[in-house]
Write a protein that binds this ligand. Structure first.
Ligand code: HEM
Length: 409
């Protein structure tokens, strides 16, 4: 029998105002791991299948022919055909074989080796971010620390000035905001246009004068004699700035919040940074799960856990729910910086779309936490934190903190 979710609205930002709805996820996993979630008539969709078990998300993510990213995109909200056509220029919204070809070309820039090549620069970037605030003794952790990482990273990645990276990050904020008063559609379109035009300039420059950055590698990379077209490069650039921005910022801010709330775990980590940083990072990813969900479209009539689905149905995978699945994680609601094994799904459920930037993200997170935990060892909360109310990205909007300023030591 189909379980219809009429007791919580997973499409309402207010449901996520206090973070992921962990209790609702637990009930769904227990009572109805594949449940029908109706949607309001004006959404343009009758509803979707909410998927909350780790094993199901894993299986769905690995069968792109049956569960498509391209058919209707990967966002929960419906898009019109014009918007879908633009979205399909980004690999996130492609299916194989088109996705395979694209991934072959760009993946050279994202191997563990390529990421390792950025390590020194990312550590320098993290040190400079902390240098800028260390003497103040207080700041907003989200704006002044976590939020400065992604713009700096994209600058290092593409070999462009840091101030340009900051402008690009402002543009993504305009694209992402759901507040129409701040960003009406014309302003969003203008932001997209500005970013694509900037990317076109980067491609031209890197083709003319290639250096050792990943931007140069991407414009030159070839598979079977084929390179990325100008359009493909520009939309990929936009995807990178978008995908690598809010996610990392929120992981770092929410991760710090976890450490502040769990002093015993923080002290374990702080006294054994080299030993525990790798497992602590994975646990922060599992426990906070910055990307709330992605959508797929069912391509042929199919059945999961006895639940019949029709071709054309919408299906939404809730990664946070999978990351607390008690069938996979012992003591799943406990934050444990030494947890191992930790097969979390913060970077996706596996298969072709698994996060391309995960190696770089781990290096970024490691670099910033090392700086903060060693140079601001007594950092503590200094006011109310504000969480983000979004159905798509879980994280922290503002988080005032204080520490003993260096000059005062
Ligand atoms: C904590 C940080 C991050 C999180 C939680 C995260 C999460 C994700 C998730 C859930 C997906 C979709 C996986 C799927 O559909 O199976 C994804 C895809 C992607 N991510 Fe990340 N990401 C992070 C950082 C980054 C960074 C730093 C970059 C770039 C430098 C990046 C680039 C991408 C790209 C290009 C894709 C699309 C891959 C594809 O469609 O094949 N991400 N990410």
């Amino acid at each position: 029998m189909t379980h219809t979710i009429d007791w919580i609205d997973l499409t309402a930002a207010s449901t996520f105002a206090q973070g992921h709805p962990w209790d609702a996820y637990a009930r769904l996993r227990r009572e109805a791991p594949i449940a029908w979630h109706p949607e309001a008539a004006e959404s343009g969709s009758p509803g979707f299948w909410a998927v909350t078990k780790w094993a199901d998300i894993r299986a769905i993510s690995r069968q792109p022919q049956r569960f498509s990213s391209a058919a209707r995109g990967v966002m929960m909200e419906e898009s019109d055909e014009a918007s879908l056509a633009a979205q399909r220029l980004m690999m996130l919204n492609m299916d194989p074989p088109q996705h395979d070809r694209f991934k072959l070309i760009v993946s050279r820039g994202f191997t563990p080796r390529a990421a390792a090549g950025l390590t020194e620069r990312i550590h320098r970037l993290a040190a400079e971010i902390v240098d800028d605030v260390i003497d103040r003794g207080e700041c907003d952790f989200v704006q002044d620390l976590a939020g400065r990482l992604p713009s700096g990273l994209i600058a290092e990645f593409m070999g462009i000035p840091r101030s340009d990276g900051e402008r690009l990050y402002e543009l993504t904020e305009i694209m992402h905001t759901t507040d129409l008063a701040v960003a009406p559609p014309e302003r969003k379109m203008a932001a997209i246009g500005e970013m694509l035009a900037y990317a076109a300039g980067v491609a031209q420059e890197k083709r003319a004068r290639p250096t050792d950055d990943i931007g140069s590698l991407l414009v030159q990379a070839e598979v079977d004699g084929e390179q990325l077209t100008d359009d493909e490069f520009q939309w990929f650039f936009l995807l990178l700035v978008n995908a690598g921005g809010d996610t990392t910022r929120n992981l770092v801010a929410a991760g710090m919040q976890l450490l502040l709330d769990a002093p015993a775990e923080r002290s374990k980590l702080q006294t054994n940074l080299d030993g525990l940083m790798p497992t602590a990072i994975e646990e922060m990813l599992r426990y906070t799960t910055p990307v709330v969900h992605f959508r797929r479209t069912v391509m042929e009539d199919t059945e999961i856990r006895g639940q019949q689905m029709r071709a054309g149905d919408k299906l939404v995978m809730f990664y946070g729910a999978a990351n607390r699945d008690e069938e996979v994680f012992t003591d799943a609601d406990r934050f444990d910086v030494a947890r191992t094994p930790n097969p979390h799904m913060a970077f996706g459920g596996g298969g072709p779309h698994l996060c391309l930037g995960m190696h770089v993200a781990r290096i970024e997170i490691d670099a910033l936490f090392r700086q903060v935990l060693t140079r601001m060892p007594d950092l503590h909360a200094a006011g109310e934190r504000e969480l983000m109310a979004s159905t798509f990205i879980a994280g922290v909007h503002a988080m005032p903190v204080r520490w003993t300023a260096q000059g005062a030591l």
